[in-house]
Design a protein around this ligand. Sequence first.
Ligand code: ZN
Length: 141
Amino acid sequence: MSSDAARPVMPIVNPDTEPFWDGCAVGKLLLQRCTACGRVRHPPSPICPNCLSDAQDWRQASGRGSVYTFVVVHEERRGWERLVPYVLAVVELDEGVRIVTNLVNVAPKDVAIGMPVEVTFATSTDVVRLPLFQPLTRAAP
Ligand code: ZN
């Protein structure tokens, strides 16, 4: 078994996802938007699934959403012992897209579907800085 087996698997940056990860690196949650039809999409892709246009730009998301679904992970895998239990979740952003993430700063027993959450960013020395979500601490504008 290689030493990499003890480290959490990190996302791989490619030309389609690079703007997303560049935003995370500076504490901004960016979403790809089709400039032909206006549809926001995530994860990033080269072609709009709605109208097939490749015209796109990036907009900063509100950073707010709600828990769409979640699971509490208790399995202790090598290298992950210090992380369990942790909450793996799908968050539905206010912009209407869903993102797979971890919930932090909340006890797993207190997580509920529909719970309002906001983005926060992992402090990391890894290649990418992960967007995480925590219970909403500020009022919506
Ligand atoms: Zn489109």
